[in-house]
Write a protein that binds this ligand. Structure first.
Ligand code: GLU
Length: 456
């Protein structure tokens, strides 16, 4: 049977590299096995919902992640937004109550429950192997809880291996809150069953809940039981949890604003935690050979500097010419497509983002002006360069090369003079021969201050 996997983001903030790290793994896991992928919006916490479905869809789409079913494309198990499935969750809870797998707990809520930061909602303060009180107490609105059967829970996690917990160590998890609304734990398990999910890939922050989720799934009669893979959390360079609030880690900031090539970001993120895998792989290449069981159990570190050197290599060696040209054209619309293409080989090895690439064309847009200090370049040398035939990258490179002295100091000074004249005010530029190539003979002549008759 082909696997069905899902990614279930909570709309609690803009998607970050940490979300992309999880989404990619969930996607690669099913795509590498020819399965189907579902996007489900996990909006169980209405107060914390701050981003729209559209923004999640567009962030994931910008990374090349696709889904067969989801809130935007629909599918046989719609709706794919959790808050619109509440009736199903309540119905499932009632069936557990009817079969005796769940009961109403009349333990009054803790007065200082807010002190228990680790657990949330109806389970706040109910730590460890919590057992409730099934005897009605007047004035107490009860919470529906799952009964823990008297047997060890043993689950194989595809990353973390055998997870085994004695019944005595498993708390009775809340399914319906005292106001009758379903908890996240219940909703997630019901939706996974209803949507025929067979493969769950998610962050290791859910590993502690796994035995409880396993019991809920079993009680609801999941058949087959889904397989689970928990991912070590992506952490920052300092080993600390990545904070969602850091704007610099938002996918839309990195991709749309900075111009980080999304496929390079994918390849970088996808391979973190797999030290042995070759890098610079496209999504298709990544998906052709992906085994989540080989994932390192330690938290990988997201290092913006490493990402930068990775994207530089990507743009130099891997980025397809047409997509590169299209990105630069979008960011530097005043430069014609032919010119973008012509200079690309000179630009490619020098940049780490599309925006940096586009910036390297800006010298073309400056106005042509003669009379700058071109002292180290003699009239004769300048004229010889302007007379280069044909006006091609290779010929221009040879012309510049033969014009500059071999002495390192003098060479540096002359290169700087060429750069100052051809690309005034630009500190980083393509190589000199590409400046000439891009400007063309006439504009180069003006910028180098060569009189027409001297150019012969
Ligand atoms: N909404 C949860 C999260 O964002 C998903 C957990 C799961 O995949 O089961 O962490």
């Amino acid at each position: 049977m082909e696997p069905r996997g899902r990614y279930a983001p909570s709309p609690t903030g803009n998607m970050t590299v940490a979300n992309a790290y999880t989404a990619l793994r969930a996607w690669l896991d099913v795509k590498s096995r020819g399965g189907e992928f579902v996007l489900r919006i996990d909006d169980t916490d209405p107060e914390r919902n701050v981003v729209t479905v559209d923004s999640i869809v567009s962030d994931l789409t910008s990374l090349g992640i696709t889904w067969d079913e989801g809130p935007d494309v629909g599918g046989p198990y719609a709706p794919y937004v959790v808050s619109r499935r509440l009736e199903r969750h309540v119905e499932a809870a009632r069936s557990l109550e009817a079969s005796g797998r769940a009961y109403w707990d009349y333990t009054p809520p803790l007065e200082d429950a807010s002190a228990h930061k680790k657990t949330k909602g109806a389970d706040r303060g109910r730590t460890g192997a919590y057992r409730g009180n099934p005897e009605p107490v007047s004035g107490v609105e009860p919470v529906l809880r799952l009964r823990v059967p008297d047997a060890r829970v043993e689950v194989h996690d595809r990353v973390f291996g055998e997870i085994s917990q004695a019944a005595d160590d498993i708390g009775e998890v809340a399914l319906l809150r005292s106001d009758g609304t379903p908890t996240y734990h219940l909703a997630s398990c019901v939706d996974d069953i209803d949507m025929r999910i067979t493969s769950v890939v998610r962050g290791a922050d859910w590993l502690n809940s796994l035995p409880q989720h396993w019991l809920i799934l079993e009680a609801l009669g999941a058949d087959p039981m889904p397989e689970f893979a928990h991912l070590p959390l992506l952490v920052g360079k300092d080993g600390q949890k990545l904070s969602k609030r850091e704007g610099g880690l938002a996918i839309r900031h990195l991709v749309a604003e900075e111009g980080v090539p999304p496929l390079a970001l994918d390849a970088y993120l996808a391979n973190l935690g797999f030290p042995e895998r070759p890098d610079l792989l496209s999504l298709t290449e990544l998906a052709s050979d992906f085994d989540i069981a080989a994932h390192n159990r330690n938290s990988p570190r997201f290092d913006p500097k490493k990402l930068r050197s990775f994207t530089r290599r990507w743009l130099a060696e891997k980025e397809a010419e047409d997509s590169f040209v299209a990105e630069i054209r979008d960011r530097a619309p005043a430069v014609g497509e032919d010119t973008v293409r012509l200079l690309l080989p000179g630009v490619r090895p020098r940049v780490g983002t599309y925006q940096e690439a586009a910036d390297l064309y800006a010298f073309l847009l400056a106005s042509d002006e003669a009379g700058r200090d071109v002292t180290p370049i003699s009239d004769e040398v300048a004229a010889r360069i302007i007379g280069t035939e044909p006006w091609s990258a290779a010929q221009l490179e040879a012309a510049v090369d033969s014009a500059v002295p071999t002495d390192a100091e003098q060479r540096k000074a002359m290169m700087k003079a060429f750069r100052d004249a051809l690309a005034p005010g630009f500190r980083v530029t393509p190589p000199i021969h590409y400046l000439l190539l891009g400007l063309g003979r006439e504009r180069s002549r003006i910028r180098l201050g060569v009189r027409t008759e001297a150019a012969g």
